[in-house]
Write a protein that binds this ligand. Structure first.
Ligand SMILES: Nc1ncnc2c1ncn2[C@@H]1O[C@H](COP(=O)(O)OP(=O)(O)OP(=O)(O)O)[C@@H](O)[C@H]1O
Length: 254
């Protein structure tokens, strides 16, 4: 294999954006964003409110059309998870997790088995027959994660999935997500406002400018895993990124 071929293998991204722009009428939300996410990477997107983070996710999800540039996910499947679990209240926990499997045409018995397996992965075995309103916010997000995993997608897109949870519950879910990401070899694109959360979880933290969103920094986070959100290393790097973000917000406010 030639050097060039080997480099191609190493840089075979699952998600590739080249100079992607997105406008809503006169409003330019994203401005020539280039970003490549490698298979198995955990990439966090960070930026001031309104800088286009959710827009970027919805473009990758194919929920919206790009206005310019190239976006290529090679026809791969994506699944989405949001701040609100958005579970169907009339379905049991198992029924919610089974839904994507039902849409994929998976047989009843296989569906049940797979749903139980996924509920085990998110540590909710024994809660299958509960309804969403009987669960805590953290447990509902676990169900949403199991449902996202049931889609059997190549790429997991997460839009502030833990933003509404208390700090302790969020901390526990960080550990769980990291474990599941490793065990399932997931590729994750994760939007957050929380700099520490981004450094806790990400292999990379992509910092977007204030609107229109452009990539202004691409930080490699190399601290050993599992990390603690309150460790000195995470705090120090989060401090550095926060300073950069503050400078960007201040520049924009002038
Ligand atoms: N469907 C839409 N129609 C018109 N404007 C939109 C639409 N979606 C997003 N926008 C605008 O695009 C810009 C980027 O929005 P987006 O929600 O992507 O930002 P964000 O970084 O995710 O914000 P936040 O951190 O506050 O959630 C905002 O100015 C928003 O008002």
């Amino acid at each position: 294999m030639s050097l060039l071929e080997r480099q191609d293998v190493r840089t075979d991204p699952l998600v590739r954006l080249e100079s992607v722009s997105k406008s809503y009428g006169d409003l330019l939300a994203l401005d020539r964003v280039s970003l490549a996410v490698q298979r198995g990477e955990f990439v966090c997107l960070l930026g001031a409110s309104g800088c286009g983070k959710s827009t970027l996710l919805s473009l990758v999800a194919g929920l919206d059309q790009i206005s310019g540039g190239t976006l290529d996910i090679g026809g791969r499947k994506v699944s989405l998870m949001f701040q609100e679990a958005a579970l169907f209240p009339w379905l049991s926990v198992r029924g919610n997790v089974e839904l994507p499997l039902r849409l994929q045409g998976v047989s009843r018995s296989e569906r049940r088995q797979r749903a139980e397996e996924l509920l085990g992965i998110v540590r909710l075995s024994g809660f299958s027959d509960k309804r969403p309103h009987e669960l805590s916010g953290g447990m509902r997000q676990r169900v949403a994660l199991a449902r996202a995993l049931a889609q059997n997608a190549d790429i997991l897109l997460m839009d502030e999935p833990f933003g509404a949870l208390d700090a302790m519950t969020r901390d526990i879910l960080h550990d769980e997500l990291e474990r599941i990401w490793r065990e399932q070899s997931l590729t994750v694109l994760f939007v957050t406002h929380n700099v520490r959360e981004a450094v806790r979880l990400g292999d990379r933290v992509i910092l977007l400018s204030s609107r229109p969103g452009r990539v202004i920094e691409d930080y490699a986070i190399t601290h050993e895993r599992p990390r603690r959100i309150d460790s000195p290393e995470v705090s120090a790097q989060a401090g550095e990124i926060t300073d950069r973000l503050r400078a960007e917000v201040a520049r924009h406010a002038q």
